[in-house]
Every structure is written in C-alpha cells, then in structure tokens.
Write a new protein. Structure first.
Length: 142
C-alpha cells in the first residue's frame, strides 16, 4: 500500500479537534484529487501545481489547448474549453440531485441564482414546487 502524499497528510492534519471524524471522511472523498495533485507536484515544494511541457507555469491558454486536444482525440466535434467542463460538472451535479447549496459552494458561486442558471431541468414541470405539492396532495386524497 502506498503512503499518503503531502496533500492528503495536510488534509488529515487540518482535523485534529472534535470534528476529526467528519473531516477525515471528507478527506477520504477527496483522496483521488489529493493523489492527483501529489502526482502533478512530484517532489517540488513550491511553485505552480501544473507545468507546461517547457517546465513553465501552465496558463489558461495552455489549459484550453490541452482540453481542445483531448476533446479532438475523443472524437468530440464541438468546440470544447475548460469552462465547458465546469458547466458539465455543475449541470451533472444538479441533475444527480446534489443539493443546490453544495453545488454552489463547489462552483464558488456567491449567489445561488448563478448556480441555478445551470439547472436545465428547472423548466421541467414535474420538478416545480407547485406540481410536487399537488402530487403529494393527490396521493393523500386517495
């Protein structure tokens, strides 16, 4: 079994108090992300997490080129960029039933209305509060 990397150890060290169990559970959920960061950083102790092929800091343009290249290799014909991935994450989380507040926090949105713009299914009447209450009352009347 591999040793936990620096990112995972730092996460575990954050939770030394009474909330240690809850904190460690969230660290376990984030273990794959922490492991990916450990692999990207390697033995470096400072500097950027992601480097370009030339060893310099990966800027937003480099990240866009990587996303576009991977999309082309995957056979995706549409124009794809990093924001497309962000949009897909938020939409998938909302479709999966993740609470709005949790998705809002993950997306770093200050206002929940910003997160709600990603909810494509919001137009669906069966998710509207009025219809949910009506269906509940109709079931109770039987």
């Amino acid at each position: 079994r591999r040793r936990a990397g620096a990112a995972h150890r730092a996460c575990a060290d954050l939770f030394a108090g009474p909330d240690r169990a809850a904190g460690l559970r969230s660290c376990r959920r984030g273990y794959r992300a922490a492991r990916a960061i450990d692999l990207a950083v390697g033995e470096r102790g400072d500097g950027p997490v992601f480097l370009s092929a030339g060893g310099r800091r990966l800027d937003r343009h480099g990240a866009s080129r990587i996303v576009r290249r991977v999309a082309r290799r995957a056979g995706i014909g549409k124009k794809i960029g990093p924001h497309t991935l962000r949009h897909a994450f938020i939409t998938a989380a909302l479709d999966a039933g993740v609470p709005l507040r949790d998705v809002q926090e993950a997306a770093s949105h200050a206002d929940p209305r910003t997160t709600m713009r990603y909810d494509r299914a919001r137009g669906s009447l069966d998710r509207h509060a009025t219809y949910i209450v009506a269906a509940y009352l109709a079931g109770a009347a039987r």
